[in-house]
Design a protein around this ligand. Structure first.
Ligand code: GLN
Length: 481
């Protein structure tokens, strides 16, 4: 049962082969039995899930079911869930129970989906390995001592280990695509503004975007059908019609123009990784696509710009965690200043503090022009590179990450090597574009992801390209369990 995709489970539910209560029990049992190995969940909501499953079965009996009615899934623990604790991977929010739902949470509730729990993540979504979570590291199902990637590592590991068929995730600099690649699943980061950020705990507001994780492109399309749309509660949400993302999955790729950025295929790229990506591109040629080399001349500046802009925004967003309104509060503060400083010193982990320090520094008087303004100018150049490229090609392809899943502890002592994990993903966030990671082979027994980048609002085209690839390859069907 747990090997089935969302679309297969939906069919089984529709045909009466299984009930939502049975499905929900099955997946909850699996999580209870298996997740001690992965630590992919922070909170399970058994009672609520079983009640929702019963309600879903009743809805179906009345003939009112829609594609998601009764389907179990999980939320990254960054999406606020009314009455269910939402930690964002931090001690600061260890006991925070939101009094409201994120728009994404509401969307899935209205669709009748059954949330089984909240998945582990790097603290405040800062990280590429899930080692910065206050609730402990997550293990990649493909290797006992391997990281699942981050920050959405709990969602990626849970989907790969067949603990849930799908999970929500967020991507500020690569946090959907990189863990999807490292865990051998399919993930989509939509165009900035396509999915509401309301109730999604903020890290870097001009970059954060909610998205999808599942094993197939088709299931990602089903998820995006639920998640995408205008939200008046999010001032950066974009009012634009939402297509049915499953409708164009089967379009032929004849004539599709693919660009390969030469900056992403340098000599430094591991030859084994490069070979897998090239083989994937060959499959696209067989499907009728044409391929050409392109250039993104400012791509090498993306990491530097991101590590000024993202920490700057984080330092402002995280100032709300002061021990006064909600979240962790230190014991017996002497005075107000002691309350602020000890609450923050005790409530935040090392990586979060590092970002707050960098961000506050970059925004301080005298440095603002030298760092923050400069970084925003570089961001515009990076965006322009993509705008130019999309005049010549329909999609851009590259590896998702520079290497497969690394060993836990390997990169924790040097933040800069950790930051380089996102070397192929970060420019996409700076430009606000949509992109996917699709399973495309293995290196040393570990999954490799193909990154596919599209023009603004080209999610349907991305999903179509990924789906067609998955009709002629079986990388996405390989299972670590
Ligand atoms: N790894 C990047 C960081 O640490 C991106 C994280 C993300 O996309 N949330 O900031």
């Amino acid at each position: 049962m747990h090997d089935k995709t969302v679309s297969e489970l939906a069919r089984d539910l529709a045909e009466g082969k299984v009930s939502s209560v049975e499905l929900t029990r099955h997946f909850l049992n699996r999580i209870q039995q298996e997740d001690s190995r992965y630590n992919s969940f922070i909170t399970l909501c058994e009672e609520q899930a079983l009640a929702d499953a019963e309600a879903a079965d009743q809805l179906r009996a009345r003939g009112e079911a829609t594609p998601w009615t009764g389907i179990p899934f999980a939320h990254k623990d960054i999406f606020c869930t009314d009455g269910i604790r939402t930690t964002c991977g931090s001690r600061m929010l260890e006991n925070f129970v939101p009094p409201y739902n994120a728009t994404v949470t509401d969307n899935f509730r209205q669709a009748g989906a059954v949330c089984l729990g909240k998945t582990n993540m790097d603290e405040f979504a800062m990280g590429s390995s899930n080692e910065s979570s206050y609730f402990g590291a997550v293990t990649n199902p493909w290797g006992e001592n391997r990281v699942p990637g981050g920050s959405s590592g709990g969602s990626a590991a849970a989907v790969a280990a067949r603990l849930v068929p799908a999970a929500t995730a967020t991507d500020t600099g690569g946090s959907i695509r990189q863990p999807a690649a490292l865990c051998g699943i399919t993930g989509l980061k939509p165009t900035y503004g396509r999915v509401s950020r309301y109730g999604m705990i903020a890290f870097a507001s001009s970059l954060d975007q909610g998205g999808t994780m599942a094993r197939t492109a088709e299931d990602n399309a089903l998820m995006l059908n639920v998640m995408a749309g205008f939200d008046p509660k999010d001032s950066t949400s974009i009012d634009r019609p939402v297509p049915d993302y499953t409708a164009s999955l089967n379009q032929p790729l004849q004539g599709l123009r693919i660009g390969l950025p030469k900056e992403y295929f340098s000599d430094q790229l591991d030859p084994a990784m490069a070979a897998q990506i090239q083989a994937a591109v060959k499959e696209y040629e067989k499907l009728g696509a044409t391929v050409k080399d392109i250039s993104l001349p400012n791509a090498n500046l993306a990491i530097a710009a991101y590590y000024v802009i993202a920490p700057a925004e984080a330092s402002a967003n995280l100032s709300r965690f002061d021990g006064v309104r909600y979240g962790y509060r230190c014991d017996n503060p002497k005075d107000l200043m002691d309350l602020y400083t000890r609450t923050r010193a005790e409530g935040f982990g090392a990586e979060v503090k590092r970002r707050i320090l960098v961000g506050s520094y970059a925004l301080s008087a005298g440095y603002y022009d030298a760092y923050y303004r400069k970084a925003q100018q570089v961001r515009r150049l990076i965006q322009q590179d993509f705008i130019n490229a999309f005049k010549e090609v329909d999609l851009i392809m590259s590896p998702t990450s520079p290497s497969p899943a690394f060993v836990r502890g390997e990169k924790t002592t040097d933040p800069v090597t950790m930051y380089l994990e996102d070397i192929f993903t970060i420019a996409v966030n700076l430009a606000g574009l949509p992109a996917m990671s699709v399973p495309a082979g293995f290196v040393n027994g570990l999954p490799v992801g193909l990154q596919i980048i599209g023009d603004y609002f080209a999610e349907a085209r991305l999903l179509n390209a990924a789906h067609q690839f998955q009709q002629v390859t079986d990388w996405h069907l390989r299972s670590p369990v």
